[in-house]
Design a protein around this ligand. Structure first.
Ligand code: EPU
Length: 337
């Protein structure tokens, strides 16, 4: 384990923001995690955990020990005729894991193809796309407490998953470091192609009978056509969550905006933040080296050399204009540092 000093975090955040950490360490085992935590405690340094860096906005240098989780490995724990239980190191790349599932004909993760980030970060915010959330294939996770170094296993109920939410973003925020995640995947697939453009894309691809592979390819195609590749343009995927408003409020808005798209859920009606941002005129707007993406306005971008504070300010301006026009407050999905 090699603790480095004064390291630029630019290669480690998908927004490509150039801020520094005064201490930085890559950890490959649970033992390394504990050693790093002891070092931080002895040096009286706060700790920041980095996975794929795909959901953070850096607004300042970090006076902290940044621990980059690189725990790897995909191990089958149990296998039956119907399902397989797999344990995955928190540092594995999420999409690499999805491809591994598809190669082995394990079903359940295919709709979540090409989501940036690591496996360890995936339960933190219950990642989701195209009608599926990670909670549907999640069995448990293993984590280390930051202060006591105790190890604990959390099952799905303990994690309290919600839309882009888990207990690790609320009551247990900054308390645990996730080291391994266990998933249950199916050997006999149920395909989910109703959501968004999957069905249409499969048709365009000339696919009549969907398979895990073809659904994954369709999702990849849709994402590549809509979302900027962080390797080319800095971004952290959706910047805001899609808001849910009470039914009565939605009905009053609908009188003024009959074309407003809406998706009823248990709490009320979900309205796409992308639509609200587009209707307030922000889609495709550029301000120096940052802006709002031209195909998916829910994604804020850094074209190169942009500053985290400029992006934060842009996000606040968007929040204000959406609130003024629609009376709806957008909440960031990205974590500010
Ligand atoms: N829309 C517009 N203008 C646009 C784009 C979209 O008005 O330019 C409206 C349309 O009405 C469209 C609706 O927004 O039907 C939904 O758009 P889309 O299907 O692209 O999904 P989203 O709600 O904007 C969510 C996730 C994405 C995920 C997609 C697909 C959140 C915050 N975002 O976006 O997740 O890939 O669904 O399932 O829930 C991420 O979290 O980083 C992410 C990319």
């Amino acid at each position: 384990m090699n603790i480095q000093e004064n390291i630029s975090l630019q290669p480690f955040n998908t927004f490509g923001i150039d801020k520094k950490a005064n201490f930085f360490v890559k950890v490959k085992t649970e033992d390394d995690v504990k050693k790093a935590l002891v070092f931080a405690k002895e040096s009286k340094l706060p700790v920041f955990i980095l996975g794929g860096g795909s959901n953070i906005l850096l607004t300042k240098d970090l006076d902290a020990l940044v621990i980059k989780i690189e725990i790897s490995g995909i191990k089958v724990l149990e296998e039956s005729e119907d399902e397989v239980i797999v344990e995955v190191g928190a540092g594995e790349n999420w999409h690499t894991f999805v491809l591994h599932c598809i190669e082995n004909d394990w079903a359940g993760a295919e709709n979540l193809s090409l989501i940036p980030g690591t496996v360890g970060a995936s339960p933190m915010q219950n990642i989701g796309a195209y009608g599926i959330e990670i909670k549907e294939i999640f069995k448990s996770l293993h984590a280390i407490h930051r202060d006591t170094l105790h190890e604990k296993t959390f099952d799905a109920q303990d994690c309290r998953f919600g839309y882009r939410e888990s207990v690790f973003k609320s009551d247990l925020k900054d308390q645990y470091i996730i080291t391994k995640v266990v998933f249950i995947l199916k050997k006999k697939p149920t395909f989910h192609i109703e959501y968004g453009a999957i069905k249409q894309t499969l048709e365009e691809m000339g696919i009549e009978e969907p398979s895990l592979r073809s659904i994954s390819q369709a999702v990849i195609q849709i994402r590549l056509s809509k979302l900027p590749d962080p390797k080319e343009i800095g971004n952290a995927g959706s910047f805001f969550k899609n808001p849910t408003v009470p039914l009565e409020f939605f009905e009053s808005l609908k009188k003024t905006y009959p074309e407003m798209p809406s998706f009823p859920n248990e709490q009320g009606v979900k309205i796409p933040a992308a639509w609200l941002i587009e209707k307030t005129g922000w889609k495709g707007k550029t301000f120096g080296s940052i802006g709002v993406h031209k195909n998916q306005p829910l994604v804020l971008v850094n074209y190169g050399g942009g500053d985290g504070n400029e992006i934060k300010l842009l996000s606040e301006n968007i929040q204000q204009s959406v609130f003024r026009k629609f009376g709806i407050m957008l909440h960031p999905e990205v974590n500010f540092l």
